[in-house]
Write a protein that binds this ligand. Structure first.
Ligand code: FNR
Length: 377
């Protein structure tokens, strides 16, 4: 902020609209469609972001806010701020060197904002954990059909020092994404290095030749094992897979939140995958209050539509324990690698912090107590 006042023009824009426009201009068209695109006519995706406008917050005056504490507790961790990077697969597409996951992890190390590392990363999960430095990392699991492969990925994540397993429930099959379909562009299928699979001993044992010799055959094999539809009957198995905290991502219905907690989930992750998986849904932020009420004190992570620090504060006011940044950090990576990603996170945090200062909320507890009011039906 001070640098801006001193006339310094940042390399990466500080607001989402300019950031997105610049990043989209910089990315190859196929990657642009993959990152920016969503399901169907992208109504849910647009609604996710627009819905924040019909929630409003009321400032309080005469409160000592000169110092603020943005830290939160989540699954045994104390995080310096209530923000994390949501898992984004094949992030390597966003950086010229193909190592976007490592760049995001370096941004995590720099900012203290944890990365939820995707199963579909272009860098092995061990390297991503190492690049996160002292910042805790979480591992996102797309549960493969093969239980031994799932167990292997989770065991590797535990061994690499990840602090929680985030199981994504809504993507055992890819949603209807016209942009990718019209261009025949599924970047994860075309020559991408799916490093976690390619480096996995259980996966490698299923291949006739190593993925380094025949990547196309490895991708075909991966397509065959990628997604298992999970049911509540799988929950005891899933719970027994790890002693780490277990977080279920994609919970949008209060009954599912209650059931997940009853079945042993340590936290709920309310998300509609940024509108990439199902169109015709309700904006995720509008679902959050019911999920928080159903969770009854169990932590609730949230993403889908966060574009600014103000959005972060609104999600916290509506009861989220921690808030996930998705597409914005990909755009930061696209414009300036790890530095661009860190810049985007810092801008979002700075805006949230300033808003709390101006509104008389010195802590996240104060934000939550203040709440947000729905302005329109
Ligand atoms: C995602 N998301 C995602 N989620 C997940 O659990 N595993 C993954 O590998 C991916 N991959 C992925 C790729 C891309 C390009 C995007 C944009 C998103 C979903 C992600 O974690 C998060 O839920 C959404 O990004 C939130 O929506 P917004 O805020 O980015 O619109």
């Amino acid at each position: 902020y001070g640098a801006g006042l001193a006339g310094v023009v940042p390399k990466v824009p500080v607001d989402f609209a300019t950031l997105e426009a610049r990043a989209l201009a910089a990315l190859p068209p196929s990657v642009r469609d993959y990152v920016q695109g969503g399901c169907g006519d992208e109504h849910t995706q647009r609604t996710n972001a627009e819905a924040f406008r019909h929630w409003g917050m009321t400032p309080r005056m005469m409160v000592d806010c000169e110092t603020r504490d943005l830290s939160v507790r989540l699954c045994g961790l104390t995080l310096p701020s209530p923000v994390f990077m949501a898992p984004i697969g094949v992030t390597g597409l966003c950086t010229p060197d193909g190592h976007g996951d490592l760049a995001a992890a370096r941004a995590a190390a720099e900012t203290g904002v944890p990365l939820v590392a995707s199963t579909l990363s272009n860098d092995p999960l061990e390297a991503v954990a190492a690049a996160s430095g002292a910042t805790p990392a979480l591992f996102q699991l797309y549960t493969p059909k093969d239980r031994d492969l799932a167990a292997s990925l989770v065991a590797r994540a535990e061994g690499a020092g990840y602090k929680a397993i985030v199981v994504t429930l809504d993507t055992w099959v890819t949603g209807w994404r016209p942009r990718d379909l019209n261009t025949g562009n599924f970047p994860q299928l075309r020559g991408a290095v799916l490093a976690n699979y390619f480096s996995d001993p259980v996966f490698r044992a299923q291949l006739a030749v190593p993925p380094e010799q025949d990547p196309a055959a490895a991708i075909r094999q991966w397509m065959g094992v990628f997604g298992k539809v999970l049911t509540w009957d799988d929950m005891p198995w899933l719970r027994a897979l790890t002693s780490l905290p277990l977080i279920l991502k994609g919970i949008c219905h209060p009954d599912d939140a209650r059931r997940a907690i009853d079945a042993g989930a340590d936290a709920i992750y309310c998300s509609n995958h940024g509108g990439r998986q199902a169109n015709g849904g309700i904006a995720a932020i509008d679902l959050l209050p019911d999920i928080v009420a159903a969770a009854g004190g169990t932590p609730v992570l949230f993403d889908s539509g966060i574009r600014s620090g103000t959005d972060v504060v609104k999600a916290l006011a509506l009861g989220a324990t921690a808030v996930g940044i998705g597409r914005p950090y990909s755009y930061g990576l696209a414009l300036d690698g790890a530095a661009g990603c860190a810049h985007v996170l810092r801008c979002i945090l700075a805006e949230a912090d300033l808003l709390m200062a101006v509104n008389g909320w010195p802590t996240i507890a104060a934000v939550r107590k203040a709440g947000a009011r729905r302005l329109t039906a």
